[in-house]
Design a protein around this ligand. Structure first.
Ligand code: ADP
Ligand code: MG
Length: 545
């Protein structure tokens, strides 16, 4: 079907069954798809946002308020839709919070670009304006933001709590508890590198165990291993543990090839077995000589070796995953060794307690009460798997927000305040820029207002009045006003305590505008063999209000 004409001659360049949409139609289609997706998750924004129940082909249910999760579960097929979903994924990966905001802003930017296209403003002018506006917005963010550091625990807790705001994880006190745990975890793991703090989120593990309820969630200053103590004769609990991390098998290596040993007398057999036993015994002796009373082995531990370790009162676990070995090393300060030759006290790690405990029916080894662990575990509890999963997502957001705040060292006011502040600056900036581009910058400013507008709507306020009041307050000078969704009114966000990391906002603007620019630049959609290129299947196109 796709054909190009030159001098009246038809040339087919695409295979039969391909689908092609060109120019304006291509842009419009992509915009409509992106907007539809954003509309679908818009109602979840903020603490008063609604949850979505997602049911997959197998009938499994996920109940969540998390933008990234909803989009993932929606299995979006349309290529432009997938690009929008990417925003959420990037946001989730880079900062771990602000996913809904990023997608909603992208949707609004797309909607505004239709209006601009309708006024015959060229896509490249819109792209230029949006790019310019993003740059300016980020400058404004840094200008307005306030400083925050690892020592500001109270502020960080507030920020963690706000980021969990929209997830149903129980009452306000539960959120406070989780916020405390998260801040403790993140500040504990934070390390200062060249005067800046970095947090490796891989070293904050969440271990989910059904049972009890969310309020029983706790921070383990160390690591929980999904392992048993290897031998029943070993102690199940050791205080003031000295831990050896060994990447070496406590086994006699079996010959690679089919070796044969000729044994001609019973004596020979005994001495052969004795020999094996002696090697293993020596290995155990070396471990014990180093002072270790706990051994975590990445490889196997032979029965004989287990027996000797037990006899020496050593607690041991075998076949510990490499990733857990790394976490143990970070938590206890132990060095992972692959030879026992010079194993010494300096290689050993320390933990206040190593103990095998049964939790939700599973035996697990707790390595806890470490002194200055750079790897910690949050033991997440909850009555049902749905509750635990949502708690995990809430904690992930809070970890993201806290990490973002510590790494950038800056926060801003939420509840739509920062978006209003940026919008007001952008309007002034647009006039300075002038020309047609100013229209795109103005459109960008209006698009940002989607955040306070949606928040106002979520708590039953009149959104037009709310935006008018906020514009008024932000017009002349820097103001701390945003939407207090609990009181359903415009309020001072500093007083209400709605603060968010600059990093979350910055990333949201960057990824939203990046994808919008990319979509606007497309003027040709070529889909092979009739793949979807029209409307997204089964989903409303979203009423462009
Ligand atoms: P996201 O996935 O974008 O983080 P959320 O559903 O977590 O989406 O909503 C975040 C928005 O809700 C932010 O704009 C934030 O400032 C706002 N928010 C959070 N808590 C409050 C609150 N107590 N009052 C007003 N706005 C809030
Ligand atoms: Mg959030």
């Amino acid at each position: 079907m796709a054909s190009n004409q030159l001098n009246g001659q038809q040339v087919l360049i695409l295979p039969e069954g391909s689908n092609r949409i060109l120019g304006r139609d291509a842009q419009r289609t992509n915009i409509a798809v992106g907007y539809a997706i954003a509309s679908a998750i818009k109602s979840t924004l903020g603490p008063k946002g609604m949850d979505k129940m997602l049911v997959d082909e197998m009938g499994d249910i996920v109940i969540t308020n998390d933008g990234a999760t909803i989009l993932e579960e929606m299995n979006i097929e349309h290529p432009a839709g997938k690009m929008v979903v990417e925003i959420a994924k990037t946001q989730d990966k880079e900062v771990g919070d602000g996913t809904t905001s990023a997608v909603v802003i992208a949707g609004e930017l797309l909607k505004k670009s239709t209006e601009l296209l309708d006024q015959s403003i060229h896509a490249s002018t819109i792209i230029g304006g949006y790019k310019n506006a993003t740059k300016k917005s980020i400058e404004v963010l840094y200008e307005i933001a306030e400083k925050i550091g690892v020592e500001d625990k109270k502020q960080l807790e507030k920020l963690a709590s706000v980021s969990m705001g929209s997830k149903t994880v129980g009452s306000g006190t539960t959120k406070e508890l989780l916020a405390k745990i998260v801040v403790e975890a993140v500040t504990q793991v934070a390390e200062s590198v060249d005067g800046k703090f970095v947090v490796d989120k891989d070293y904050i593990k969440q271990e989910k165990k059904q049972g009890n309820d969310v309020t029983q969630t706790s921070l383990i200053r160390g690591v929980i291993l999904d392992k048993d103590v290897v031998h029943s004769g070993m102690p199940k609990s050791i205080e003031n543990a000295k831990i050896a991390l060994i990447d070496l098998a406590f086994e006699i290596a079996k010959p690679e090839t089919d070796a044969r040993i000729n044994i001609t007398s019973p004596d020979q057999l005994t001495s052969f077995l004795d020999q094996e036993e002696k090697i293993l015994k020596d290995m155990v002796e070396k471990v014990v000589a180093s002072g270790a009373n706990v051994v975590f082995c990445q490889k196997g531990i032979d029965d004989v070796a287990q027996h000797y370790l037990a006899k020496k009162g050593v607690l041991a676990a075998r076949r510990v995953k490499k990733s857990d070995m790394d976490k143990l090393s970070k938590a206890t300060g132990a060095k992972i060794v692959s030879t026992l030759e010079d194993l010494a006290d300096k290689d050993l790690g320390r933990a206040g307690l190593v103990e095998e405990r049964k939790i939700a029916g599973d035996q697990m080894i707790f390595v806890e009460k470490c002194k200055d662990p750079k790897s910690v575990t949050i033991l997440v509890r909850g009555g049902t798997s749905h509750v635990i999963d949502e708690a995990e997502r809430a904690i992930t957001d809070a970890i993201g927000a806290t990490t973002g705040a510590i790494e950038e060292g800056r926060y801003v006011l939420g509840g739509g305040c920062i978006e209003m502040a940026i919008a007001s600056r952008l309007r002034k900036y647009a006039v300075e820029v002038g020309g047609r581009e100013q229209l795109a910058i103005q459109a960008y400013a209006e698009a940002l207002e989607v955040i306070p507008r949606t928040l106002a709507e979520s708590c039953g306020m009149d959104k037009i009045d709310a935006i008018a009041e906020l514009r008024n307050k932000h017009e002349k000078k820097l103001a701390p006003y945003g939407i207090d969704v609990y009181a359903s009114k415009v309020a001072d966000m500093k007083v209400v305590g709605v603060i968010e990391p600059l990093k979350v906002k910055k990333q949201a603007l960057q990824s939203a505008s990046e994808v919008v620019e990319m979509l606007l630049r497309i003027d040709d959609i070529i889909a092979s063999r009739g793949k979807p290129s029209g409307a997204p299947g089964g989903m409303g196109m979203g009423d462009m209000e």
